[in-house]
Write a protein that binds this ligand. Structure first.
Ligand code: ADP
Ligand code: ZN
Ligand code: ZN
Length: 802
């Protein structure tokens, strides 16, 4: 095989194909499918993935592969196929599909350099910058205000060349190991001959006489409480030797996790696990929907299924939503399977993530627990794939490639002939509908552990509070319940949905609201810096002292952020100790864990937070959950608003009364009569499902219809409207007559980062040609996309409609 078929790192539609390269003599036999290589491409050197090896090419003049970036392939055969499928499925470039499967550090980095080609004299201004060097970084040229005119001229004259260097970002952490370099009896002799005052040296030698194995230098030094200088003498005398060994950056120290053993399953758990185990036994593929109320012991079903898979010599993937990937969750898997577990979590550093990934690649682990992208773990013998909280929208990637982890899981499950288990207390409507049709097999756990009852939910009508003269964000009911808990020394969780409730700044005189100058959205007030920030583009302004519109000085911030709730709580109940958990207090690594530990140790009475506290947390002493504003989600312009509200309320309520103490929930809302609020308070998923399905049917939404969202953006509004109109027309012409095409309409966020956004929506039941037609539309606009700053994004089965 002397030809490699390569996908190159240029995400554009003309390059979205396979290029043939010759393999130079010295690499023949070493190049394998799934490796990253460096190839010449135009004037540049870029990274590419080898997808196939062959002896034949339809092209005559092939260029040579320049270099290999890997010693062993980073993509397995299965992942190569998965990548091809993924790019077709989501209409994204091959290169994006392959890159999304790999850890960030394996993405190539390109360094632009200026290289001097001859000894001939350069213009003086360039000679100064080059300062006798042959190669300088391009950034240096820019930072020193190099003259582009002279540079271009020098390039035209062949004096200088712009070259691109491909760099890999992988780093391996190495540590110094110390080991004895002589046999024990020889060390014994040396010990006897040491001068009396060499006490530390004697201790070190004695240690190695007793433990003749290698040890980490830092461990040795701390063990014997000594310094490198005593060690150095022994190394110089060649009694000991040192070497570097690669170690993993392991953020999860195994000894932290007490070992757990399988629990005796309840009857309902038993009934749920049986079909899963029998599918494992039969080596067949089946998708299960495990519908179990919160606290019903779904995780134990996962754990015991995985155990069976490991017993058969196979591997498991467990997906957990990012925000539910708490230390508590990790502990449950590490506690059962110890060092056989790799954890892929976005809070890890890039290096740590890479190390976890390499453990998987080297087959040193059996279980991968992680957020969305862990679905691409390079396991080769998968025996089960589990998706916990399968309804979570964070399983959908909102960037190219726009994939849903559930679809990828099912694709891989088919390849590996293994079960896929989707678990949730509130399954996505799509999933439950599929289970009802028999596409997925439904497994149900309706009872909580220890027959604990679901906490009672009290709905509080906030309109009545207002009528009664209560203008605070805490209803009288909630205040009373909080005070009771404080007296009884029990703990509480207060939940605020941040979205739609961030603090905005408004003038009380004229009503002027301060908006981002680049986006159609209000700026958010940040108390810590006394500044205003755009959450879409990052634009930051000082908090004004006067209204920019009427110059009145009654400009104030409004709305309810977690900071504000915390302040109000401190004022109303100074004795209550509050821990606030939101994006602002958890940005630093480890802060999330630290806050939760404080709460677990009862260093606070109230845990106040956003979405991130809604899931997975399990504190025995929590007996009250308060939802401050249940309507926040309900009012989003999204057909899934009711579903999301139902899911969130159910999840949040599930945090209370999970153990011996009974729990209570207070839900504050302005629309207590809304069916999703009502039915969530009664934990009635089935009725909610029926009601919501009727509505979806009437309005022709998923799961009855499929959706595709096409969003067009450009700095010029007229241009955007014109393009979106044309696209709508083209789709109407080429798609079947039953399919409905809506648009063009302005997106809910019509302007982001100075770009206007319009969209059209395809609603269809069956449209086999859809991808082909959209591809045609995209290639029709290819030139403008490249040259004219036009962006067209296609989202098949969108979850975000803004
Ligand atoms: P879910 O994942 O459905 O929300 P969990 O798996 O967190 O529920 O289970 C709730 C609690 O019940 C946990 O503390 C768990 O250890 C415990 N548990 C689960 N299964 C059993 C069992 N068979 N016997 C006793 N306790 C169990
Ligand atoms: Zn902005
Ligand atoms: Zn004003």
């Amino acid at each position: 095989m002397n030809i490699a078929k390569v996908v190159v790192d240029v995400p554009a539609s003309q390059t979205n194909r396979i290029f043939d390269y010759k393999i130079p003599e010295n690499f023949q036999g070493s190049v394998k499918k799934g490796m990253r290589v460096i190839v010449p491409f135009g004037p540049r050197k870029i990274m590419g993935f080898v997808l196939e090896l062959t002896n034949h090419s339809d092209f005559d003049r092939l260029r040579f592969i320049d270099d290999l970036m890997d010693v062993t392939p980073v993509l397995t055969e299965e992942l190569i196929n998965l990548g091809k499928w993924l790019s077709e499925e989501t209409l994204s470039y091959y290169i994006s599909a392959f890159q999304v499967m790999l850890p960030q550090v394996l993405k190539a980095k390109y360094k632009k350099e200026l290289q001097r080609l001859t000894e001939e004299e350069l213009p003086e201004i360039l000679e100064i910058i080059f300062a006798n060097r042959d190669v300088i970084p391009y950034e240096e040229f820019v930072s020193r205000d190099g003259s582009f005119y002279h540079l271009q001229k020098a390039i035209d004259q062949g004096l200088i060349e712009v070259s691109y260097q491909v760099h890999s970002r992988e780093t391996f952490k190495k540590e110094t190991m110390i080991a004895p370099n002589r046999e024990s009896f020889l060390l014994d002799e040396e010990l006897a001959n040491l001068p009396k005052q060499a006490i530390k040296q004697a201790e070190i030698l004695s240690y190695f006489i007793e433990h003749p194995q290698a040890i980490l230098q830092k461990e040795l030094l701390s063990l014997l409480d000594t310094s490198r200088s005593s060690l150095k003498v022994l190394l110089e005398r060649k009694l000991l030797r040192e070497y570097k060994e690669e170690v993993y950056r392991n953020p999860y120290k195994e000894d932290k996790y007490p070992k757990t053993t399988p629990l005796q399953l309840t009857e309902q758990q038993e009934n749920s696990i049986k079909p899963i185990l029998s599918t494992i036994e039969k080596k067949s593929h089946q998708v299960f929907l495990l519908h179990g109320v919160t606290g019903s012991g779904k995780t134990e079903v996962y754990l015991q299924s995985i155990q069976e898979v490991i017993k058969k010599g196979k591997e498991a993937i467990v997906l957990v939503p990012e925000i539910a990937l708490t230390p508590q969750m990790v502990e449950r898997f590490k506690g059962r399977f110890g060092s056989e577990v790799a954890v892929l979590h976005s809070a890890l550093s890039a290096g740590e993530k890479f190390d976890e990934w390499r453990k998987i690649q080297r087959k040193q682990v059996k279980v991968v627990v992680g957020a969305r992208s862990a679905i691409f773990a390079p396991l080769e013998n998968i025996g089960i794939i589990i998706i916990d909280e399968e309804h979570e929208t964070s399983y959908k990637q909102e960037d190219h490639p726009r994939y849903h982890a559930r679809d990828v899981a099912i694709f891989r499950g088919e390849q590996h002939n293994c079960p896929v288990v989707l678990g949730s207390a509130t399954p996505a409507l799509e999933s439950f509908a599929r289970a009802q049709k028999g596409v997925y097999q439904l497994l149900t756990i309706s009872k909580r552990m220890n027959n604990a009852v679901m906490p009672k939910v009290k709905l509080v009508d906030m309109r009545e509070e207002l009528h009664a003269g209560n203008r605070t964000m805490f209803s009288r009911q909630l205040m009373k319940d909080i005070e009771e808990r404080l007296k009884r020394k029990e703990q509480m969780v207060l939940f605020l949905n941040r979205r739609g409730y961030s603090t905005f700044v408004m003038c009380r005189d004229c009503g002027h609201v301060i908006e981002c100058p680049h986006c159609d959205i209000t700026l958010t007030y940040h108390r810590s810096k006394n500044s205003l920030k755009c959450h879409y583009c990052g634009h930051e302004d000082d908090m004004p002292t006067k209204c920019p519109s009427c110059e009145s000085d009654t400009i104030r911030f409004f709305g309810t952020g977690t900071q504000k709730v915390e302040e109000a709580l401190n004022k109303l109940m100074p004795e209550a100790r509050v821990i606030r958990m939101d994006v602002d207090t958890t940005t630093r690594k480890g802060s999330h864990e630290k806050l939760l530990n404080q709460f677990a140790n009862h260093e606070a009475d109230i845990l106040l937070g956003t979405q991130m506290i809604a899931k997975g947390l399990d504190f025995p002493n929590v007996t009250l959950v308060g939802v401050l504003a249940a309507d926040a989600l309900l009012n989003l312009p999204d057909f899934r608003a009711a579903e999301k509200t139902f899911q969130l309320l159910t999840q949040v309520s599930g945090r209370a009364g999970r153990h011996l103490l009974p729990g209570e929930v207070v839900v504050q809302t302005y629309t207590p009569e809304h069916y999703s609020v009502q039915l969530a308070s009664e934990y009635d998923y089935d009725s909610f499902f029926q009601k919501e399905m009727e509505i979806r049917k009437t309005f022709q939404y998923p799961p009855y219809f499929f959706l595709t969202l096409i969003t067009v953006s450009h700095p010029n509004q007229v241009k955007v409207i014109e393009v979106t109109k044309t696209i709508t027309k083209l789709l109407n012409k080429h798609l079947s007559s039953q399919t409905r095409i809506l648009g063009p309409t302005p997106s809910a966020l019509t302007r982001i980062k100075d770009r206007y956004r319009y969209q059209c929506m395809i609603k269809y039941k069956n449209e086999p040609n859809q991808r082909k037609v959209i591809k045609k539309v995209l290639s029709f606009y290819q030139k403008e996309i490249q040259k004219n700053d036009l962006l067209i994004s296609v989202d098949l089965q969108p979850y975000q409609l803004m």
